[in-house]
Design a protein around this ligand. Structure first.
Ligand code: ADP
Length: 298
């Protein structure tokens, strides 16, 4: 009983700890805000000079190759490649900071999701060939139309499929599927049993268009399946696969899935990943799911 009695020293110590904790929390919040505004500022400041570099290197490469000369041409190509890479990183940074500050605006239209998927795959066809990977489309017919920003959804799909290509060995397979899916609740609740139990709860489930992107790649551990959507998060990168055949590398920003999640949630949807785990020797694969709400008049 005496143990539970707090002495004056205990109380003082406890207060000190609480105060310290409050101070560090406030400091962390301040640093986090600084990081976010830096992200926004830096990316916008980088955009203009990059446009100049890319603009001129494109002109030099496309129209003035003879003036540039044989010796300088490979250097110019390196500059152009690096500038393009940098420009992709900056674009991701701008997107994340716009999502953070709620400055991103959707240009919504009523569209057939299958068309959006076909468009996205056309843009990245080349990567499949390079990696000798096959891809399969299993698109449901007669899906209801949805209201969305098709350009942003093309960005979401290409992002996810390019990830699949990146983390799947040569010769692997990537499948993109669409289907009609009825869900009672979707945000954070994917319990199939509860979904089937909707009669008991007395509310009708809502219809969604579901997109599934499945690969035969290295997979993602359970503990990482939520974290991969966090800003700057990358799973410990495997530099070189043990067989020496494949190098699984991130493109190094860890922002791709953060943007995917941000855009999908702006559409009132949800995205998550399922995988038996990460195994770079046996390739258990991953499946990314996207749910997009179907407007009631559709
Ligand atoms: P990055 O821009 O670095 O690719 P992302 O946000 O797109 O970052 O992805 C974060 C991390 O999630 C990746 O670095 C990778 O470890 C993991 N990841 C994403 N997609 C897949 C996939 N299809 N298979 C296995 N791991 C994946």
């Amino acid at each position: 009983k005496r143990m539970t009695q707090m002495t004056y020293r205990d109380v003082t110590r406890e207060r000190e700890i609480t105060e310290n904790l409050e101070r560090s929390t406030a400091e962390l919040q301040r640093l986090n805000q600084m990081k976010d505004s830096f992200l926004g500022l830096a990316s916008h400041e980088l955009k203009t000079p990059l446009t100049v570099i890319l603009g001129y290197s494109d002109i030099l490469l496309d129209e003035m190759a003879d003036v540039v000369g044989e010796e300088a041409l490979p250097m110019l190509q390196h500059i152009d490649e690096a500038a393009n890479r940098l420009s992709n990183i900056v674009r991701d940074m701008v997107d994340v900071s716009m999502l953070d500050s709620h400055a991103l605006r959707l240009r919504e239209r009523v569209v057939d999701i299958n068309e959006v998927i076909r468009q996205a795959l056309k843009e990245i066809e080349y990567f499949f060939t390079v990696r000798k990977q096959s891809h399969e489309l299993r698109l449901a017919e007669h899906l209801p139309l949805i209201k969305c920003d098709p350009d942003r959804l093309v960005q979401v799909i290409t992002n996810l499929v390019v990830n699949s290509i990146k983390f799947t060995p040569d010769g692997g397979r990537i499948t993109v599927e669409t289907r009609l899916s009825y869900r009672l609740k979707y945000m954070g609740e994917r319990d199939e049993e509860e979904n089937d139990d909707w009669r008991r709860i007395g509310r009708a489930p809502a219809p969604f268009v579901e997109i599934l992107i499945n690969d035969t790649g290295i997979g993602i551990d359970g503990a990482d399946q939520v974290r991969v959507f966090e800003k700057f998060y990358e799973v410990g990168i495997i530099e070189e696969h043990s067989t020496g055949k494949v190098a699984f590398k991130g493109k190094g920003t860890g922002l791709g899935l953060t943007i995917v999640k941000g855009i999908v949630e702006m559409h009132g949807g949800e995205v998550w990943v399922e995988s038996p785990g990460c195994d770079p020797d046996h390739f258990p694969g991953s499946t990314f799911h996207i749910l997009l709400p179907i407007p009631s008049e559709s």
